[in-house]
Write a protein that binds this ligand. Structure first.
Ligand code: PLP
Length: 369
């Protein structure tokens, strides 16, 4: 039997009656845009994130660009982020006319490194966009302290970290604003594209809501040109159902990660990321560095075990960013990581027997006892 990287079919099977009823209720109501399920989900998600506001939007990329616009960033402004994220983070920076300045990641945590950031701040730098990659919290206390000394805004990209905590508090609500993606494979996934902005700032919340809905003040009065990026009612209804079991699903991911850690921890050919102090991760992905990574992936693939690489080419080396003038060697930690990481199957429905099958396959590759 094949072990996939994520199993959305098994997830639906577990929730089917509630999901089907929620979708049917929207169909009956015909309130496909701005239906009551949207506000209900926003309230529930804000409370889940322990934040004042959650604004549902079209997807996680739009969530970022809406926040950047709401914070007033302009062409020529510079934002600091990591080269080891999905391109959406930097696309959103470019979409408001700002410029991405990459900062190499920390060797131990594989996350945003404030020590290295100092060398990249210029008089045009306006913001930091830390990414809670793989569901591992960034040290936001360090990032916020660094940013406030230099009067920089901070926007958390929490697209992979729904429910993660840092020192007791939910990520996404630890800075000016946080953004979430509800892409189907994310820890909280819709049945299509969807996203949200979370913030404790009333002003940012109001502006994001306005920009996401054609710059509207009311139906036919527009303060400015905005976008059409509202959270779809059917997606909100699906998300409201799934949100109820998000903590349970994250606990199952933790079970998977713990089982891998216990079983693989002694293998010298593997290297594991170190969590920042006080982090409670939600393991969107289970990622390790592996010697002979590509041969290991082939070995697992031959046994019908899916693996991934998140992500194989750091953003500063992508063709899309050639114009920024970066070259190989600029961010050695990120580059070495991209060449050696592998993502193993880790999702709530993955049973212990299957985890053990993955473990046995990894051990047999390295000939571990
Ligand atoms: C998924 C993801 C996004 C973008 O979300 P979409 O909903 O696909 O637009 C942004 N940042 C990170 C780190 C992501 O993983």
């Amino acid at each position: 039997m094949k072990i996939p990287l994520v199993d959305l079919r098994a997830q639906y099977a577990n929730l089917r009656p509630e999901i089907d009823a929620a979708i049917a209720a929207v169909l009956e109501s015909t309130a496909f845009v701005k239906g009551p399920a949207v506000g209900e989900f926003e309230t529930a998600f804000a409370s889940y994130c322990e934040a004042r506001h959650a604004i549902g939007v079209g997807n996680g990329t739009d969530a970022l660009r809406l926040v950047f616009r709401a914070l007033g960033f302009e062409p020529g402004d510079e934002m600091l982020t990591v080269p080891t994220t999905f391109i959406a983070t930097t696309e959103a920076i470019s979409h408001v006319g700002a410029v991405t300045r990459f900062v190499d990641i920390d060797e131990r945590t594989w996350m945003f490194d404030v020590e290295k950031a100092a060398g990249h701040v210029t008089d045009r730098t306006r913001a930091i966009v830390p990414v809670h990659l793989y569901g591992h919290p960034v040290d936001m206390d360090a990032v916020n302290a660094f940013a406030s000394q230099r009067h920089l805004a901070v926007v958390e990209d929490a697209a992979q970290a729904h429910g993660a905590r840092l020192r007791g508090r939910r990520v996404g609500a630890l800075a000016q604003a946080g953004t979430f993606s509800f892409y189907p494979g994310k820890n909280l996934g819709a049945y299509g594209d969807a996203g949200a902005v979370v913030t404790n700032d009333d002003d940012v919340a109001e502006r994001v809501r306005m920009y996401a809905d054609h710059g509207r003040l009311d139906k036919y009065e527009h303060r400015t040109e905005g976008w059409n990026s509202r959270l779809d009612t059917i997606q909100a209804a699906v998300l409201a159902v799934k949100l109820r079991s998000l903590d349970d699903a994250n606990a199952e991911r933790r079970r998977c990660a713990q089982r891998y850690n216990d079983a693989l921890g002694g293998i010298d050919a593997l290297e594991f990321p170190v969590l920042v102090d006080g982090a409670e991760p939600v393991h969107h992905l289970y990622v390790v560095r592996a010697q002979n990574r590509d041969a290991l992936r082939k070995h697992l693939g031959d046994q019908e075990i899916a693996t991934g690489v998140h992500y194989p080419l750091p953003l500063h080396l992508q063709p899309a960013y050639r114009h920024l003038g970066y070259a190989r060697g600029d961010f050695p930690v990120a580059e070495a990581l991209a060449d050696s990481i592998v993502s193993l199957p880790c999702y709530p429905e993955l049973g212990d027997t299957d985890i053990d099958r993955v473990v046995d396959a990894v051990r047999s590759f390295y000939d571990a006892p």
